[in-house]
Each structure stands twice: as structure tokens, then as C-alpha cells.
Design a protein around this ligand. Structure first.
Ligand code: GLC
Length: 611
């Protein structure tokens, strides 16, 4: 089919809805026409190889739901210095069984006001220390040749104050001021503050910043140097869509919509998850389907489950392809701290009851803090109140409460609400930091078991597991961020340390901690990708074990059934289950195990497959 015909065909499929939604927000024919013309230009500019990928993935729309999908996220400089360096590490990435890499923000950002790269000053320029757009294209191409997908952040809620638009706005150019939220006095900002919660209550209080040089307030939901974009202005929407397509054409497969719930603001609301946000995400999905249908949208919605799932849209009108399973992640760590999997079981029941088309990204840790967004109504029934429980979790993971072996730091402790979030690496939270510093081999053994058990449990959930780079070799907290004034106030840098390639060398030595973790994960990954029951759209359910510390999950796909048992306690426990539909064997040891009243070792797990 000729280029124009294919583009036209895709456009025709979506045109009515596309135009309808655009007009609903903007009522602007000429801007809509400009958008359509520019989309066609981006389509023409797209390389033949990427267009071929579009066709292939259109034919196989479930390509990202396979059981061999495994992600890893990293900062380019921490991982391999620069983009060229990442290219040299692709063999390592393959050894990790990873076929999807999330390159943390790499676009131009001011050095000391970057929020880890989430304050973008130029959407079409790579940070010089990391490389260039040509390097990015080479890297994505090299990844595609190895069957590895590349994900990047699209920081669409705000720009850096150093972005060209912000600079013009600061010169009081009205056209550019209208791309942000400017106020002449504090009246409206203080009205907003009545209903808008704070993202960084300690490190960046308030949602507005006063610019004394021009005597104006500007909306800054995140840091004062991250100015919120005004999507009521169609110029903002169109230009941001052109950036999205420009980046897609560099070979990006997965676009992570950073902080997407925040992109539409209305006074007297929380300025989160407003209906217009969904219109914009749906528009973006349509634009992608027309110009670059192989590209997936990954929504970053760090909210409670009822707020997250609407970002999948509906079956007829889908929005994001994938979303983070954030509540499950937080609930997992709650389970570690309490040795009580009842809330986790309930949380998994919620996720398991959702349509199988929904694809979640499962993870234990990422670059951000852990917010304790748990189901407190349920916990209350079991005697746990929100405020003291959050306090317990934070105390526990800092190593102060209960039988804790964890190490880490608080994040944005809010003196007003008493709330705080938590930072630390998986390995430090599992006890490896403490065991290592105390040279306690038995404690180290336990920590490694807990870490592997958590990964085994994560791999058994539906969706795509994503490793946080370094977790495969047990990276510990890195306290060196305190020496850098631009980082010292942001404890998220605690778990953003540089990759220790010296330690990675030990991954082949099974007697080392690194080797136990790396090879343990490889074993799990290989099971996951060879067993059909791990397909994303398998039937999934939980099984009551009558032992709070042991979680039991089942999966079934095309005649194959697997039951997973996970002991969150440092003592052996019996799972009082009774699966009498046949004989089972453990996929790890190969031993026959009868899934009736199973004794699960301390921090141990089983993957039991029905013969
Ligand atoms: C997202 C990022 C976080 C960043 C924020 C502002 O939540 O994950 O790291 O601070 O957006 O862009």
C-alpha cells in the first residue's frame, strides 16, 4: 500500500472520534488541520524499518503480553556513562533476560535544577554528557536488532524554567505566558491551594512560585523550576504532540507519560485525574495509532487503584497500553514489614478481577520513593490505623521497629500531615546492607532468600515485571548523594547509585551474594518465559492458606496450571491448602510436592506445576 493510502486508511478509522475529541477541548479547526498535516509529515519522516515494525505489531497487537517480556530501568550515566556505553552493555542486558529497557530521562535539563531529568529544557536535544539524537537512534536500532524495546519518559506536565517557552514567558511575552499558568497576584493561587494537594510538601511546598523579577506567580506543582504547561492552549497540545512524534521516530517503543494525572487544571478541584486528562490521553493514543502504531503508551499514575484503571480507557476506546501496579508494590512492602499477607491477597484479588486485556508493570522498586497508599479501610478492620501504621512502616524500614533488618531513609516527611514516604534499594530493604556491615553470614543468607522470594512472587503476577537496575546483583543504598548540594535534599538519590560493574563481575560466582541473586533471578526468568501459565492473559487467582504469612496464587493457561506459595516470614510456616486435582512438582527443585498442607521454608517459595 502506498504511504498516503496507509496513513489515510488509519486516519479514516479514527477521524470522527479524533476530530470530535479535539473540538471538545479546543473548538479550533485550523489548529486541528495543522495537527493532521504535521502528523502526516511525521509519518513520512518515519524510517522504513520503524514503519515495518508498525505493520508487524499491527498484525500481532498482543506482542507485548508475552511471558518473555522483562524490563529493566536505569539512568544512562549510572549504568554506562552515556548512550554509546549502553550499546556496549547490551550483552549484559541480554544475560539478564531483559528485552525492554527504560532509559531514565536523558533530554536536556539544567544541571542543578533537573529533578533527575524531569525538568526538560529541550525536548529535541539529548544531554550532551549522554550523547546526541544520532546516538539515541543508533542505540534504539541496535536494541531492535536484538529484540529489545526502548522506553523513555515523556515529561508532558511541565517544562523546565530554562525551556525556550518559559524564557519568553519570563520576558512577559503574552503568547508564551499563555502556555503556562501565570497570575498577577496571589488571589487565584491561594484559591487553588485550598483544593490542590502537595506533591513535595517538604522539598518544594506549595503549588505556585512567585517570580519577583516579573512580579507574577506561576504554577509549579512539582519543583519551583518545573512550570506546569497549560493544556487549555491548543498550541501547547499540538507542540507537545509533535515532540511525542519526533521522539517516537527516533525509535522509541514505549512512551512513559510522566505525571499524566496532573496535566489538566481547574480551580476548585484537586487538579488530578480530571476528565480532560482522559480526553488528552485518548487523543494521544489515536495520534500514535495513526502515525506510529507500534509505539505503546505507559501511564505513570501513582494513585489508588480506582484512579489508575480508568487510564486503560475502555475496550472500544483504549487510552494507555500499560500502567504501573503501584498499590500492589506498596502492599508488598507492607507485607514484608508485617509478615501478614492478608491485605496483599485482597489487593491481588482486586487486580485479578480486572479485564485480562489490562497490562500492568510489576515492580519492587523504581527510581521514586514508596508512598504508603494502602487500603486503610481494610487494615482498620484488622486493628491498624492509618497514621500509626504509616509511622510503623517508616520506622520498620529505617530499621527502628519490629524485627527489622532494613535500611533506608524517609522522603518528604510532611510536618503538617505527619506523612512520609520511603527510599531505599530492594537489597537494603531486605537486609543485605545490615548483614554485610555486620559480617553476619546467616543474616545475609536470609536477606538473599527474602529478595529472591519477592522477585519470584512478583514474576508470578500478570503483566510485565520490571527490574530496577542493580537489583539483579543486590545494589545497596548509596549515601554519596549527600555530598552533592543539588541532590542532598532529595533522598530518592539514595537508591539511584551508580552501577557497580566490579560487583557485577561476581555474578558468575554462585558462592557470592551477587551470584546467588543473579543466577537465582535467571532461573526464575527462564521458568517464566518457558511456562505458558505465565502469559499475561492467563487466569489468575489467590488461594486462602489460613496462615497469614503465606501468600498463595494460582495461574492457568491453555491446560497448564501453576500454584505459587510465598512465605513472608523468617520462620517456616504451613500453608493449609488442599489442591487435590492431581500431582504437582516444584519447578525450582524438580521435586514432587503434594499441594496439601505445605510446609514452606522461612522466606521460601514454591512454583508448583500440575503434571
Ligand atoms: C514523576 C517521576 C518523578 C518526578 C515527577 C515530576 O512522578 O517519576 O521522579 O519527580 O514525575 O516530573
Amino acid at each position: 500500500m502506498k504511504a498516503m493510502d496507509l496513513f489515510q486508511k488509519r486516519m479514516e478509522t479514527y477521524h470522527d472520534e479524533f476530530r470530535w475529541l479535539y473540538m471538545e477541548l479546543y473548538e479550533n479547526d485550523s489548529m486541528f488541520a495543522e495537527l493532521c498535516d504535521t502528523m502526516y509529515r511525521f509519518y513520512l519522516e518515519r524510517s522504513d524499518a520503524l514503519k515495518q515494525m508498525d505493520l508487524d505489531r499491527e498484525k500481532d497487537p498482543n506482542w507485548y503480553k508475552r511471558n518473555d517480556m522483562l524490563g529493566m530501568m536505569f539512568y544512562i550515566d549510572n549504568f554506562a556513562e552515556n548512550m554509546k556505553g549502553v550499546e556496549t552493555k547490551l550483552d549484559y542486558i541480554e544475560q539478564c533476560n531483559v528485552n525492554y529497557i527504560h532509559l531514565m530521562p536523558f533530554l536536556e535539563t539544567p544541571k542543578d535544577r533537573s529533578d533527575g531529568g524531569y525538568a526538560v529544557s529541550d525536548f529535541r536535544k539529548v544531554q550532551p554528557k549522554l550523547g546526541s539524537m544520532e546516538d539515541l537512534e543508533r542505540l534504539t536500532d541496535a536494541c531492535h536488532k536484538k529484540g529489545i524495546c526502548v522506553c523513555m519518559d515523556f515529561v508532558m506536565n511541565h517544562t523546565s524554567e530554562d525551556h525556550a517557552w518559559a524564557k519568553k514567558a519570563r520576558e512577559k511575552d503574552g503568547e508564551y505566558m499563555s502556555r503556562y499558568f501565570f497570575f498577577e497576584n496571589s488571589y487565584l493561587p491561594s484559591l487553588y491551594e485550598h483544593t490542590v494537594p502537595q506533591v513535595f510538601p517538604t522539598t518544594a511546598p506549595g503549588n505556585f512560585t512567585y517570580l519577583s523579577d516579573i512580579d507574577h506567580f506561576v504554577m509549579t506543582t512539582f519543583y519551583p523550576y518545573q512550570w506546569d504547561l497549560n493544556y487549555k492552549n491548543p498550541r501547547v497540545f499540538n507542540e507537545m504532540m509533535y515532540h511525542f512524534l519526533y521522539l517516537a521516530n527516533r525509535g522509541i517503543d514505549i512512551v512513559r507519560l510522566d505525571a499524566v494525572p496532573y496535566i489538566w487544571k481547574e480551580i476548585n478541584t484537586s487538579c488530578r485525574n480530571l476528565p480532560q486528562v482522559h480526553t488528552i490521553v485518548r487523543l494521544m493514543r489515536i495520534i500514535g495509532e495513526i502515525v506510529c502504531p507500534s509505539v505503546l503508551l505507559l501511564g505513570e499514575v501513582v494513585m489508588e487503584p480506582e484512579k489508575v484503571t480508568p487510564y486503560f480507557g475502555t475496550v472500544e476506546k483504549p487510552e494507555c497500553h500499560m500502567l504501573y501496579n503501584v498499590t500492589t508494590m506498596a502492599t508488598t512492602w507492607h507485607t514484608v514489614a508485617t509478615r501478614d499477607a492478608r491485605l496483599l491477597k485482597r489487593q491481588l484479588d482486586v487486580v485479578n478481577s480486572l479485564p485480562k486485556e489490562y497490562v500492568f508493570l510489576n515492580y519492587l522498586r523504581c527510581h521514586d520513593d514508596i508512598g504508603w497508599g494502602l487500603d486503610y479501610a481494610f487494615l482498620k478492620e484488622n486493628g491498624m490505623e492509618e497514621r500509626p501504621h504509616k509511622q510503623y512502616l517508616n520506622d520498620y524500614f529505617q530499621g527502628y521497629a519490629g524485627a527489622s533488618v532494613s535500611r533506608g531513609e524517609l522522603y518528604n516527611a510532611d510536618p503538617v500531615t505527619g506523612d512520609a514516604r520511603f527510599c531505599g534499594t530492594t537489597a537494603s530493604m531486605c537486609g543485605m546492607e545490615k548483614a554485610g556491615s555486620e559480617k553476619d553470614d546467616a543474616a545475609m543468607e536470609r536477606a538473599v532468600r527474602l529478595d529472591l522470594m519477592l522477585h519470584a512472587y512478583m514474576f508470578l503476577q500478570s503483566g510485565i515485571p520490571v527490574l530496577y537496575s542493580g537489583d539483579e546483583i543486590g545494589a545497596l543504598n548509596d549515601y554519596s548523594y549527600k555530598e552533592y548540594p543539588e541532590k542532598a535534599a532529595d533522598s530518592r538519590y539514595l537508591h539511584r547509585g551508580a552501577m557497580r560493574w566490579d560487583l557485577a563481575e561476581k555474578r558468575k560466582d554462585i558462592t557470592s551474594v551477587e551470584g546467588k541473586l543473579f543466577q537465582g533471578l535467571c532461573l526464575l526468568e527462564n521458568i517464566r518465559k518457558t511456562e505458558k501459565a505465565f502469559m499475561s492473559d492467563a487466569d489468575t487467582w489467590t488461594i486462602e492458606t489460613w496462615e497469614p504469612a503465606v501468600l498463595c496464587m494460582g495461574r492457568y493457561y491453555d491446560g497448564e496450571k501453576i500454584i505459587g506459595l510465598f512465605n513472608f516470614s523468617e520462620q517456616e510456616k504451613t500453608a493449609w491448602i488442599r489442591e487435590t486435582d492431581g500431582s504437582y512438582s516444584d519447578l525450582i527443585s524438580g521435586d514432587a510436592v503434594d499441594p496439601v498442607d505445605v510446609l514452606v521454608p522461612a522466606y521460601g517459595f514454591y512454583y508448583l506445576k500440575k503434571k
